[in-house]
Design a protein around this ligand. Sequence first.
Ligand code: ZN
Length: 208
Amino acid sequence: MECPICGSDDIVILNSKQKSSKKKIMEEYLLRCESCGHVFKDMFSAKKPEPYRLIISEQDKSHKTTIELSPSDELRVGDVLLSELGQVEVTSIEVGDKRVKKSKIEDINTIWANSVEIPARIGFSVDLHGDVDSYKLDLDRDFEIAPGDVVKIDKHIVKVHVIKTQERKLTSGFAKAGIIKRVYSKPVKFNNFDYDLTKDIVKKTHRE
Ligand SMILES: [Zn+2]
């Protein structure tokens, strides 16, 4: 922004007003040039946000949704958007029938993105004297599990014995779900438990 009189870009905003019509948001500024003292008005307008088609990949599923974006903005692969499923990173932009790396938003048909809030998927085994109930769980990556924890899972109350991480087997300490491969547990005859993982189960298998 430059002063129309002296061309200086040393401008201060004295006042601003926002007006909004059906399709546009208009901002009217009262400005002063700090070099020559000239006071003038300027207008900026942006199109109002509209819904765009967004497809979010999350592990082996994909979710179709929409996201409100301002048509006048630009979008690039790698940008992070806040969707109804949390933060997502744009992986591809579809304009017409082409995939592009960046585009003005008003030209976009579909935005493809990956969830960057993917939970950690871990295995959880309950040793039933030879038979095994084996679960897949989706947990927050920061969720901590420790050997000795007493856990409710499905119809079992179990104690965690061993945690297998990407690098080793733990029988003490703790590990965050983000690095856990599998938790091994055995039923205990308690009524109380430290936490309940039942709601985090995505799959159950029973082995004999
Ligand atoms: Zn000036």
